[in-house]
Ligand binder design. Structure first.
Ligand code: NDP
Length: 398
């Protein structure tokens, strides 16, 4: 039996709290976040004697250290924002508590996605004898575990990796993002980037796109984006010749985004508004719907997976592995939409791997560096079953 501390009471935090409460391995759960009322609402909805709540500004390391010392968790699950990653890792180091997150650190003042800041904690975590599991949501997360599973069971060498992410759901709003709007818009308005023959190739934002056929959904226009798991996957699978990430957006979404960008509403530098410094993207976040509020009327499915090509016994092999998740079913189960659900379930499974000692080794690791088998078995049981297609049609050229 283990004690788990969850930081962040947004869409993903709700799923993580629900799923942790249902696991006999967790005896006590502390849900801590900036706004106590949000923690209390989630705790009320779950109605489990295991859960307590606390207010926490996780940007201040000493606040988190104090709470950890009082609660004494075995693991801290960080589902606040990427800005808090380093402060929470510092607090875990100080208290010798294991750490897990679902998104890599981003500095608030520059939209930059890379693992360097968190990988720099490797020696300190190792010396402290604690584990940090980085990027354990769906993408990053399941996509890295799918790749590790494919490598373990099907390939001698992986050559081509295309991660495809489709949200074919409908929430009925004119414009909304499925996870934190600030983080989401920073990610999408960046230049696209992919890996080819040892180099990173940069393309203008949303300039490369193609229709991709998704299971049970059909063709959807999919845009090449940079996504953080590409960085760790090409490092951990050095035979990869090309790695790309594709995500679907509707015409309507792209049109709104282009207008918001053109008028300056996606800027992350401060603007003087009547004597007050305002960051336009933060203001935009304040007027957009909260991702968690989309859940109630969301219909349709997500479909996320990996198309992989490579060699087995000298022969070409093509492999596709994916999960489809239904928004309405997620809402019925835990009160969240499928984007939060597909992020929260792997985070809980990662925490279970750690407390069961299966994914426990001192240092800082991306998910593909652990044994994928026990994770894959459990994640299917906890709500994210997966499907494989071997040597089927691929939308991607070699
Ligand atoms: P939300 O914006 O819904 O929730 C974020 C939560 O973090 C809010 O409760 C917020 O508090 C809290 N928070 C923000 N700043 C602080 C702080 N300084 N101290 C304490 N709490 C804080 O986001 P989501 O739930 O959609 O996303 C959570 C995380 O999951 C993000 O890092 C996101 O990037 C990641 N993610 C990962 C995915 C994956 O597949 N790997 C997919 C989707 C999301 P308040 O309510 O007061 O603002």
């Amino acid at each position: 039996m283990a004690r788990v501390m969850i930081v962040g009471a947004g869409g993903v935090g709700r799923v993580v709290a629900h799923k942790c409460a249902a696991q006999p391995e967790f005896s006590d759960i502390l849900l801590a976040s900036r706004t106590l009322a949000k923690c209390n609402q989630i705790a009320k909805d779950i109605n489990s004697p295991k859960i307590t709540t606390a207010a926490l500004d996780a940007d201040v390391v000493s606040n988190t250290v104090k709470l950890i010392q009082e609660f004494r968790p075995e693991i801290l699950i960080n589902v606040a924002l990427p800005y808090q990653d380093l402060a929470l890792m510092d607090a875990c180091l100080e208290t010798k508590v294991n750490y897990l997150d679902t998104a890599n650190y981003e500095p608030p003042d520059v939209a930059k996605f890379e693992y360097s800041w968190q990988w720099a904690y490797q020696e300190r975590f190792k010396n402290a004898g604690i584990t940090a599991i980085l990027g354990c949501g769906f993408d990053p997360g399941m996509t890295g575990i799918y790749t590790a599973y494919a490598f373990k069971h099907y390939f001698d060498e992986i050559h081509y990796l295309d991660i495809i992410d489709c949200n074919a759901g409908s929430h009925g709003q004119a414009f909304a993002t499925n996870f934190n709007p600030e983080i989401n818009i920073r990610e999408i308005t960046q230049n696209g980037r992919y890996y080819e023959n040892g180099q990173w190739v940069e393309v203008p934002a949303l300039s490369v796109h193609r229709p991709i056929d998704y299971p049970e959904i059909g063709f959807r226009e999919s845009y090449l984006l940079y996504h953080e798991e590409l960085e760790s996957l090409v490092k951990n699978f050095p035979t990869i010749k090309r790695a790309r990430f594709w995500m679907t957006f509707s015409e309507n979404y792209i049109t709104h985004l282009r207008v918001l960008e053109a008028v300056g509403m996606t800027r992350i530098d401060p603007v003087n508004y009547e004597g007050t410094q305002v960051i336009p993207l933060k203001f935009l976040k304040a007027v957009l719907p909260e991702p968690s509020s989309l859940a109630e009327n969301y219909t349709g499915q997500t479909s996320i997976g990996c198309h992989i090509r490579g060699l087995k016994d000298g022969k070409e092999l093509q492999y596709y592995i994916y999960n489809n998740c239904d928004h309405a079913a997620s809402y019925k189960e835990v009160g969240s939409q499928a984007i939060s659900y597909t992020t929260g379930v792997p985070a809980v499974v990662g925490a279970l791997m750690l407390v069961q000692g299966l994914w426990k080794k001192p240092g800082v690791f991306n998910v593909e560096e652990f044994d994928p088998d026990p994770f894959m078995e459990l994640v299917a049981k906890l709500g994210l079953p997966w499907h494989e297609v071997i040597n089927g049609d691929s939308p991607f050229e070699a």
